[in-house]
Design a protein around this ligand. Structure first.
Ligand code: ZN
Length: 374
């Protein structure tokens, strides 16, 4: 199957201007100003007036639902494949969260395979908030080696009253298991870290890295825009070579409580010298947005995957100069953070996960994953 995208402005994520993109099967085969196939049978997709972008790689989603911080009554719902497709997320990274008792990795695996059956290239994380981490096979390293969709562990909670208060040694052991599983399986192996609002911030990660042989990129902290102090620590973490993830879903109450809005957080990080290729955006889709006062739950909403597309449109309207770094943070950077090297870019040999976006109206005109129109 040959598909030729014509006349679109290509963001690979770097802006390439008007290019033709040839897809053969599931991969990008050529990117050039003009591609002459001399009568070969192909489907032509006209992108006149549109942008062609890589599909979003969303580093943290909860398709099995989340929540439950206020008891069974406020569990959040499962997320359907169509919600990811409409939001342009072609690779959701799927995780458990606070609740790994009322929800399990077996169920999450079913969600991931269901998303795949509907055309998405979903991946999953073993573990949950808790340490020792729940697993599918009884062992974190075995999960990475034996279960194909598993690419890491997370989100493991630190600096949060909901976390299991892991020690430095426990974090090192967990990271070492993920490292071993990654090496043996040929995957990157990543520990996604939920960072709460506790004062220790990234301190536990820095302590775990100090005087150890663990590479910094093993730890991938998310929610780093939760407050100014944490964002400052995250900028230092990125300057030292780590990846950091900014949560896009938010509420007015979160902003009032000191959260830095996603685009502002990206700008702040880049201005402060964090390498732009180390910064990512996630939706936290399906996760709850709980509001605590003095440790007591006083409100809860559910996040959706559409926040990423809304963020891109906000950037197009209000931050056109930052557009390249915003698209990179939605595509290539999270792909690299998880070692998914064929994802998040429009380049020869890359997976043909592609979005056609109307940059004026803000809506997606088409979504392709692995060369298939969804
Ligand atoms: Zn989290």
């Amino acid at each position: 199957m040959l598909t030729l995208f014509r006349n679109a402005e290509v963001y690979a994520p770097e802006p390439l201007g008007r290019q033709e993109v040839l897809v053969i099967g599931s991969q990008v085969a050529a990117v050039a100003e003009s591609i002459d196939l001399q009568g070969a049978p192909l489907e032509v997709v006209d992108g006149d007036g549109l942008w062609l972008l890589p599909g979003f790689v969303d580093p943290l989603t909860h398709p099995a639902g989340g929540g439950g911080e206020g008891g069974f009554g406020n569990r959040t719902a499962e997320i359907d494949a169509k919600d990811f497709i409409r939001a342009g997320v072609t690779t959701p990274i799927c995780a458990l969260g606070t609740d790994s008792i009322g929800r399990s990795l077996d169920v999450l695996y079913g969600n991931v395979m269901g998303l795949r059956a509907n055309g998405l290239d979903a991946r999953m994380l073993s573990g949950s908030y808790r340490v020792p981490a729940p697993t599918l096979t009884g062992d974190v390293a075995r999960d990475l080696v034996l279960v194909e969709p598993v690419i890491g562990v997370g989100e493991v909670a630190i600096a949060d009253h909901r976390s299991s208060q892991p020690t430095v040694e426990e974090m090192r052991r967990l990271a070492a298991d993920v490292r071993l599983g990654g090496i043996l399986s040929g995957k990157r192996g990543t520990v996604l870290i939920h960072v709460g609002g506790g004062e220790s911030g990234l301190g536990l990660l820095e302590d775990a890295l100090q005087d150890s042989d663990l590479p910094r990129w093993l730890f991938y902290p998310t929610h780093v825009n939760r407050n100014e102090a944490l964002l400052g620590q995250a900028i230092t973490f990125a300057q030292a070579g780590g990846y950091i993830d900014i949560t896009v879903s938010t509420t007015d109450e979160f902003i009032e409580a000191g959260e830095v809005p996603a685009l502002a957080a990206l700008e702040r990080a880049v201005e402060s010298g964090a390498p732009p290729d180390r910064i990512t955006f996630s939706s936290d889709a399906g996760g709850s947005l709980p509001l605590f006062k003095d440790g007591v739950l006083v409100g809860l909403q559910a996040a959706g995957p559409d926040s990423l597309l809304e963020l891109l449109n906000e950037a197009i309207r209000e931050r056109p100069l930052a557009i390249e770094s915003v698209i990179a943070a939605l595509t290539r950077n999270p792909a690299h953070a998880f070692g998914l090297e064929s994802k998040g870019q429009i380049a020869i040999g890359a997976d043909a996960d592609l979005l056609l976006l109307d940059p004026h109206g803000g809506q997606l005109e088409a979504v392709f994953c692995g060369g298939r129109r969804l």
